[in-house]
Design a protein around this ligand. Structure first.
Ligand SMILES: [Zn+2]
Length: 282
């Protein structure tokens, strides 16, 4: 991923906190559907996201406050998360009328959210209640380790753009409809279609990421596209199931197979058009 040194970064879109092990976990509150729906990856313990009454992230620190321009990514790699977030939201601000900007909250350990208290074990997720994208960047080590992805900046950006895809589905009302449809699983379930829509939206952003002259993303290379697609493959339900249990159980899929996820990412990228992301029509 190539960054534009002169681009301004808006660090207010990324907040952070570190929650030690001392926090008390409260059980109850959030329904299982939200938990299953929001955990991005199978294989992580859904109990890691426990109900609580948190109104949003706490304990803000200013790790990202020094990120002012694209050039800062060279000296402080953490600033790349501000660049992804800014670029994703700038795109959706242009593409979607009524887009409501939100924030990426980067945490370590555990975090109190509008959807309850979460630990890093849940993986990156979007909470539709407070509309925040939550991420422990330690997840990216899991992506390249345990999950066997190539990794790289574009793989990371894909993961974050996927979570913002859930924000888009929330704003359009699709996410709400899927939650009302209940906790079904399987390759054609509403839940999987919602996840595939987020992958498609991530692809749409990737196609448009460098198109605005003020974008901190200067260019998306062929290698970037391959890395994003590789990450989508790595987190396919079939692949994760096969690696963890040695067998594939289609009916328990919550996010879609490697092929489904790659196909929808490609549909988004090749069209660059969010209107092509109606995974529910197919
Ligand atoms: Zn998701």
């Amino acid at each position: 991923m190539q960054y534009r040194d002169s681009a301004n970064l808006d660090s207010s879109q990324v907040t952070s906190s570190s929650g030690g092990a001392g926090g008390k976990l409260a059980v109850g509150g959030v329904g299982g559907i939200i938990i299953v729906l929001l955990a991005m990856f199978l294989g992580f313990d859904p109990n890691a996201l426990l109900g609580g009454s948190g109104a949003g992230p706490q304990q803000s620190t200013d790790t990202y406050a020094q990120c002012r321009t694209g050039a800062d990514i060279k000296t402080n790699r953490e600033c790349r998360f501000v660049a992804y977030t800014n670029s994703i939201q700038a795109y959706w601000g242009r593409a979607m009328s009524g887009y409501q900007p939100t924030t990426t909250h980067i945490f370590t350990g555990q975090v109190s959210t509008g959807c309850g208290t979460a630990t890093s074990a849940v993986g990156p997720f979007y909470c539709p209640v407070d509309r925040v994208v939550y991420l422990d960047t330690g997840f990216f080590d899991q992506l390249t380790g345990q999950l066997g992805a190539e990794g790289g900046d574009a793989a990371e950006a894909y993961v974050i753009a996927h979570e913002y895809g859930h924000h888009i589905s929330n704003l359009t009302g699709v996410l709400d409809k899927v939650q009302q449809a209940g906790n079904q699983t399987g390759p054609n379930s509403p839940q999987v279609k919602l996840e595939l829509q987020a992958d498609c939206y991530a692809g749409v952003w990737l196609a448009n990421a460098s198109k605005d002259a003020s974008s901190p993303i200067a260019a998306v290379t062929k290698d970037d596209v391959l890395r994003a697609a590789d990450a989508a493959r790595a987190v396919g339900d079939d692949r994760i199931q096969e690696a963890s249990t040695g067998r594939v159980d289609r009916e328990s899929w919550t996010h879609g197979s490697a092929a489904q996820r790659q196909n929808w990412l490609a549909t988004g990228f090749n069209s660059g058009d969010p209107n092509k992301c109606d995974t529910f029509a197919s």
